[in-house]
Design a protein around this ligand. Structure first.
Ligand code: NAI
Ligand code: MG
Length: 505
């Protein structure tokens, strides 16, 4: 499973003049020899129990489920499926830890534990990156260079807040909420755990975390880190399972706060479940971000940003720039360049250090991407995909974009959550704005222009929580992240993110 794309075997029918020329002139210049990350030192236990009250506990349900590697279809390990009784034990453990010590502990003491988590993640970065890529399918260069360093950064950043909360809220006193139920998705398993756990702990809450059923492995490594740094028992509990486990957790009366990242459908269900209760809720849901490129932009730089914006992490990114709005006068140029650029993207084994695009996380997600891309064609759009040999086993989808997409097409409206870009045009900034905001989502947007004033004008009017200017998908723990409209509410990261985990007097 090495490089599949520009390997000289695909001399057939590339629509791109430049890519054909490169192939003729440079032959295999883009073909890298495989460079596999070694997995010899990784020992994955055959079975994982629940992490409750600082102990590994067999589930009362007696049921286990498998997590596989989406790039090989091989089973990696078994995980306990927590039922309502298991969830209850986890919530009780979190409550005891909160009442007995964590809720009362001085912020400066909590900070020490959170710092230790960050340090332990740094020490184990390589191993964590490997298991993350094995379980979820993302390329090792992303898990190694993005997910793990950013996760450590989130714990470092929030450790810094733990004893400074009075400064975060202008002299008002901040009190923890109690037990936080945190339900996370499969696209950034370890990072989403960090985004949720770090602020909760910094603010003095205890946690019950439920990872996604296709990617529970790195959460088990996180539990081992908690053991190693001697985090007091029950401060973070981890219950594995699927939707029913998540629902039992959100529903539990002993929970004071629910934080959810995932699909808009499930977000709505949770919101309905919590209606009439005093539970606090933050939701980080889907997106259909517009990446807007003006004729005066630095085009090559923009192409890199657009490519990264949609193909990063197989497009399994809620803030992915999945709609490209191009100023009409540069449409053909941009499309040519996109076509050339996607021909050089390497898709394949996530553990190969040269891989740009790894495996689609699950068969279910692959089916969704395939269905929506086919619908795009039926709606009259023109499909471009790299011609490449995809590995025989596992779930794969080639980098794809559509031109001639109408605003009403399903691929312009629905979150595909895969490596599929919809290209549309505009003539004036006003039109770009109208089209960009014409969505039920509002998580993120990108603006590419040489003119600072235009960029500011656009960003003041775009209905999106995060707006990047002449860049895309840049993250920092100090910058709040979150959406408008059906992308959810509440913020994660920054001073604003603390607000979701405190009561202020
Ligand atoms: P999902 O929303 O079903 O899963 C996310 C998490 O919620 C998982 O941990 C899951 O076990 C849990 N969950 C499922 N049903 C639940 C319920 N009734 N109550 C409580 N927790 C529940 O997402 P799914 O089905 O894996 O992906 C479907 C689509 O959702 C994707 O194609 C994508 O469009 C979107 N999505 C968005 C994400 C984001 O980061 N905003 C992340 C994952 C998916
Ligand atoms: Mg898996």
């Amino acid at each position: 499973m090495g490089n599949q794309i520009v390997n000289g075997r695909d001399a057939s029918a590339s629509p791109s003049k430049n890519a054909d020329r490169d192939r003729l002139e440079f032959g295999n210049a883009w073909a890298y020899a495989p460079s596999l990350e070694s997995t010899d030192h990784i020992r994955i236990p055959a079975r994982h129990e629940l992490f409750i009250g600082g102990k590994w506990q067999a589930p009362k349900s007696g049921v286990y489920f498998d997590s596989t590697s989406p790039s090989t279809d091989e089973k990696l390990s078994e995980f306990a499926e927590a039922n309502a009784e298991d969830v209850d034990l986890a919530v009780q453990a979190a409550r005891t830890a909160y009442d007995k010590y964590w809720g009362k502990m001085r912020g400066s003491e909590r900070a020490k534990y959170i710092f230790r988590i960050a340090r332990a993640i740094q020490e184990k970065t390589r191993e964590l990156a490997i298991i993350e890529s094995m379980d979820g399918g993302k390329p090792i260069k992303e898990s190694r260079d993005v997910d793990m360093p950013l996760s450590a950064a989130h714990y470092f950043y929030h450790a810094g807040w733990a004893d400074k909360l009075e400064y975060a809220f202008q002299g008002r006193k901040a009190r923890p909420l109690g037990v936080a139920a945190q339900i996370i998705p499969w696209n950034f398993p370890f990072l989403m755990a960090a985004w949720k756990i770090a602020p909760a702990l910094a603010c003095g809450n205890t946690v019950v975390l439920k990872p996604a059923e296709t990617t529970p492995l790195s959460a088990m490594w996180l539990a081992k880190i908690f053991e190693e740094i001697e985090l007091p028992p029950g401060v973070v509990n981890i219950v594995t399972g699927a939707g029913a486990t998540g629902e039992a957790l959100a529903r539990h009366p002993g929970v004071n706060k629910v934080a959810f990242t995932g699909s808009t459908d499930v977000g709505k269900k949770i919101q309905a479940l919590l209606a009439g209760t005093k539970k606090r809720l933050t939701l980080e849901l889907g997106g259909k971000a517009a990446n807007i490129i003006f004729a005066d932009a630095a085009i090559d730089q923009a192409i890199e940003g657009i490519i990264g914006g949609i193909y990063f992490n197989q497009g399994h990114v809620c803030c992915a720039g999945s709609r490209l709005l191009v100023e009409e006068s540069i449409h053909d140029l941009v499309v040519d360049k996109l076509r050339d650029r996607i021909a050089t993207i390497r898709i394949g084994n996530p553990l190969d250090k040269n891989t740009d695009i790894g495996a689609i996380n699950s068969r279910k997600q692959l089916d969704k991407i395939t269905r929506l891309a086919d619908a795009g064609e039926r709606d009259g759009a023109t499909r471009f995909a790299t011609k490449c040999d995809l590995p025989a086993k596992g779930n794969w989808f080639p980098p794809t974009f559509f031109t001639g997409v109408s605003q009403s097409s399903v691929i312009a409206r629905e979150e595909i959550f895969g490596p599929v870009l919809a290209v549309m045009t505009f003539r004036t900034p006003e039109e770009a704005l109208e089209k960009a905001n014409n969505t039920m989502y509002g998580l993120s947007a990108g603006v590419w222009t040489d003119k600072g004033a235009k960029s500011l004008w656009m960003s003041q009017r775009l209905n999106a929580g995060v707006i990047w200017s002449n860049t895309y998908n840049k993250f920092d723990p100090s910058a709040p992240f979150g959406g408008f409209k059906e992308s959810g509410f509440g913020r994660e990261g920054g001073r604003q993110g603390l607000r979701g985990y405190v009561e202020i007097d």
